[in-house]
Design a protein around this ligand. Structure first.
Ligand SMILES: NC(=O)c1ccc[n+]([C@@H]2O[C@H](COP(=O)([O-])OP(=O)(O)OC[C@H]3O[C@@H](n4cnc5c(N)ncnc54)[C@H](OP(=O)(O)O)[C@@H]3O)[C@@H](O)[C@H]2O)c1
Length: 329
């Protein structure tokens, strides 16, 4: 018997941006024993999706071509593998799909049980789909890399979040404020009100000289910088850091690597800390719970039908999204 088909969006070769995406009918994927099959309700885009298409991590990711991109999804379970214990058919979930296989831009997607979490009715599919990469990165940067407590039991810190209007940044501002920390944020002029509404205490317009200098208007020195923008030299951070301040850099480039080496050689107490997100289901569960309780929100830049995914993909590449770009099959 031939396998049932589904609509999906794939690319066959590296590069090509939105026009490299092709609409295809392919078999609904089959499951391994520790996997679940979701009917996709929403997927969210991350810069990693178009960077993988550009070939940034070839030949490791994607595992093979053609590739169905996108890792962040929310949906309903329609089938479970033999070994799956936590979920049953009909459960609503949020999942982070494998980077190597992707699969989010399709009517059905395979997720490992390990990186799938329950989604309560209070959390919409779009709000849930926004969380995996961006939310987990913001959470890990604050709690693990910068050692900041979000429940208010730790010492209160002065935190700078750069690109606070983007996917990672908008979650980082909200999470940092959960711990009552003082948050300075950078964004463009059009997003200042939004970023203040997310809880930022002071906001710098990154296109002004004051914003580029990253100086806190209230004269605070930052204990931690959650650096979600790119192209900021260490010399802009250094004078604004507290004695043992850390810059958590989530997009480390060659000049940041050089800084890392120089700081190590000079035994600098001010540190640059590179971060690669390491996904954990318990952290994703925590983020979903915060959304359910109204303590964290996913700002939705725009919603796009899968049939028009090229618009969404182009928007992500442009780099001006406000919150998360959502695709709905
Ligand atoms: N290390 C990891 O594990 C990890 C995980 C997730 C993401 N990342 C990386 O982190 C970066 C951010 O990801 P994202 O999902 O947040 O991206 P995004 O949502 O595409 O970010 C877009 C936003 O950034 C703002 N922005 C751009 N340059 C800025 C600057 N110099 N100062 C202030 N705001 C600026 C834009 O505002 P305007 O429209 O006003 O320009 C826009 O609102 C990407 O490079 C991504 O690949 C790394």
């Amino acid at each position: 018997m031939s396998a049932k088909l589904m609509h999906a969006v794939q690319y066959k070769s590296y590069g090509g941006g939105p026009s490299g995406l092709k609409h295809v009918e392919i078999p609904i994927p089959s499951l391994k024993k520790d996997e679940v099959l979701l009917k996709t309700e929403a997927a969210s885009l991350n810069p990693s999706d178009f960077k993988i298409q550009k070939g940034l991590v070839r030949p490791f990711i994607p595992r093979k071509l053609p590739h169905t991109p996108v890792t962040d999804v929310a949906g309903e379970i329609v089938e479970v593998g033999q070994g799956v214990k936590k979920f049953k058919v009909g459960d609503k979930v949020v999942a982070l799909l494998s980077f190597g296989n992707g699969g989010g831009l399709a009517e059905y997607a395979v997720a490992s049980e390990r990186l799938t979490v329950a989604r309560p009715p209070e959390v919409s599919a779009a709000e849930g789909a926004g969380l995996p990469i961006a939310g987990l990165t913001a959470l890990q940067a604050l709690t693990q890399a910068a050692n900041i407590k979000l429940d208010g039991t730790g010492e209160l810190k002065n935190i700078l979040v750069t690109a606070a209007s983007g996917g990672v940044g908008h979650y980082a501002v909200q999470l940092a404020k959960l711990g009552n920390n003082h948050v300075t944020a950078t964004c463009g002029a059009r997003n200042i009100d939004l970023v203040k509404s997310l809880g930022a205490d002071e906001v710098l317009d990154y296109k002004t000289p004051e914003g580029a200098a990253l100086k806190s208007p209230s004269g605070r020195k930052y204990d931690a910088v959650i650096h979600c923008a790119t192209g900021t030299p260490w010399s802009s951070f250094e004078p604004n850091l507290s004695a043992e301040g850390k810059v958590i850099d989530i997009t480390i480039g060659p000049s940041a690597l050089l800084t890392l080496v120089l700081n190590t050689l000079t035994l600098s107490k001010k540190q640059l800390v590179p971060l690669l997100m390491n996904p954990k289901a318990e952290n994703l569960e925590y983020l979903v719970k915060l959304v359910k309780e109204g303590k964290l929100k996913t700002v939705i830049d725009s919603k796009h039908a899968l049939a028009k995914v090229e618009d969404a993909w182009g928007k992500s590449i442009d780099g001006h999204a406000i919150g998360k770009i959502i695709v709905e099959p």
